[in-house]
Design a protein around this ligand. Structure first.
Ligand code: SF4
Length: 480
């Protein structure tokens, strides 16, 4: 029998999660809207997904939930969506950067406690999760998962006993949390959203008829025909109830200059058609390309992007430089971030499974190739090699982010320093390793301009994080 093995072969970065919540005041079932919302957020996590719904009019708000490993359309097959009855609900797609990839760690988490039931979906990583878990364990908590989100849920449940409302408990719990968290929480009669005070991860509010929606990205609102209302502010708690509509609590917000949005959301993670904190992701990528053309010019015949996130930056480079834009790569859209590879076939390159080059476009030409990042460099050298094998005369690589020099602790799997190609190497060293004729990165000084001066996190580029990183070795950072 042919053996198979799971591979994560690409030198891509991964987002941790996408969250979605909806409350229909008219009482309509919301599971299918959550399904489509999660479908639009699939790029944020492909390992597991789940939906939890409840009926706000039922005397005892019972939660119906279903979770599974895989893509949204693989997990929710047959009548699984229709069977989830209820007019309030939350959903989640996950890629694991903390906690193992198992069904127990899939979300939403549903928690029964003395005041009722909570369902919680979380995007981000806490830097003090281990410490909080230990504290809770000493007070008798028994954990069923290895994810930060369970710690958050426990704190909310614990604070609820001392609070007059669930939103007050969320605010109190947040005072214990350090790190990145965008939360969507369903209580029996309320939908609550919160973004950490630094605003690492996005969260926005939408409306469709008499339903309110919370989602990681605006593309999920568009998919279900909802209008964008506004972004949740960093540190803000929004509570949605039938009695009061949408109520905002900004007592946990920080002064704007302390905020630190993840700039990588704009460069790579978010879908190009999304807007986050008033900034179009597409526009910020075009700008990155324009800056690269200004700062790292080179004479060439064609600018091409490594799909998908390199394409807009390539367009920006072309617009700024006047060098024509072209399509050099065909992507196999059926290859996810992990795929199953027969054990006996070691000859096929994983990159070639994902991408192929259009020989007629690149043959005999001097090519500028734009990608969003270089992490370990293993993909870049293969892609440069593929262009050259297809007849490109020169390949000039431009990267629409600065070199990665530090790990990320906030929900992105930028690995420990020693695994990063740019650590302890000059740009010329990296150029030689990947085999390009020239190499240029976006300068770190340009990052704020991508988002019109919004305060951002640049920690993985300069080692200065909005929140102090953990002292424990959670990313292998201090390994000898
Ligand atoms: S360290 Fe980098 S990837 Fe992590 S939150 Fe900051 S900008 Fe984003």
């Amino acid at each position: 029998m042919l053996g198979f093995e799971k591979e994560t072969p690409f030198d891509d970065l991964h987002e941790e999660c996408g969250v979605f919540g909806i409350y229909d005041f008219d009482g309509g079932d919301v599971a299918s809207s959550i399904y489509y919302g999660l479908f639009a957020l699939q790029h944020r996590g492909q390992e597991s997904c789940g939906i939890a719904v409840s009926d706000t009019e039922a005397p005892k708000a019972k939660v119906n939930s279903y979770k599974g490993m895989g893509l949204v359309n693989e997990v929710f097959v047959g009548d699984r969506v229709e069977e989830l009855k209820g007019n309030i609900g939350v959903g989640h797609v996950r890629y694991s950067t903390a906690g193992e990839s198992t069904i127990a760690n899939a979300q939403p988490l549903v928690l029964n406690y003395v005041k009722g039931t909570l369902a919680l979906a979380h995007n981000g990583n806490l830097v003090n999760a281990n410490q909080l878990r230990e504290e809770l364990s000493y007070t008798g908590a028994i954990f069923q998962t290895t994810i930060d989100s369970e710690t958050i849920a426990y704190y909310i449940a614990r604070e609820r006993l001392k609070s007059s409302s669930v939103e007050e408990a969320v605010g109190r719990a947040s005072e214990h949390l350090k790190g990145a968290y965008s939360l969507v929480i369903m209580s029996p009669r309320k939908l609550i959203g919160m973004r950490d005070p630094y605003g690492f991860k996005p969260l926005c509010i939408g409306k469709r008829d008499h339903a309110y929606i919370l989602a990681s990205e605006t593309c999920a609102l568009d998919t279900i025909g909802a209008e964008f209302v506004r972004d949740v502010k960093p540190g803000e708690i929004v509570t949605i109830s039938k009695e009061e509509g949408l109520v905002s609590d900004t007592t946990h917000c920080l002064p704007e200059e302390k905020q630190g949005r993840c700039i990588f959301e704009y460069i790579y993670f978010a879908r190009q058609d999304s807007y986050m904190d008033g900034i179009s992701v597409h526009d910020s990528r075009i700008k990155a390309g324009r800056f690269l053309a200004q700062d790292c010019p080179v004479d060439a015949d064609l600018v091409v992007g490594v799909p998908e996130s390199g394409n807009a930056a390539a367009m920006g480079y072309s617009l700024e430089s006047g060098i024509p834009y072209g399509t050099a790569f065909v992507k196999n859209t059926y290859v996810g971030r992990t795929f199953i590879k027969p054990k006996q076939s070691n000859r096929e390159s994983s990159v070639q499974v994902k991408l192929n080059v259009l020989r007629e476009v690149v043959e005999g030409k001097r090519i500028i190739m734009i990608d969003d990042s270089i992490v370990r460099g293993t993909t870049s050298d293969r892609i440069v090699g593929m262009l050259k094998e297809a007849g490109a005369k020169e390949v000039h690589m431009r990267v629409s982010s600065p070199p990665f020099l530090w790990p990320c602790y906030f929900g992105t799997d930028v690995p420990a320093r020693k695994q990063l190609i740019a650590y302890n190497r000059s740009i010329e060293d990296i150029r030689k390793i990947i085999g390009a004729d020239s190499l240029g990165y976006l300068s770190i000084e340009r990052l704020e301009s991508l988002v019109d001066g919004l305060p951002i996190c640049k920690g993985c580029f300069n080692g200065s994080y909005p929140v102090d990183p953990p002292t424990e070795d959670i990313r292998g950072e201090y390994e000898k």
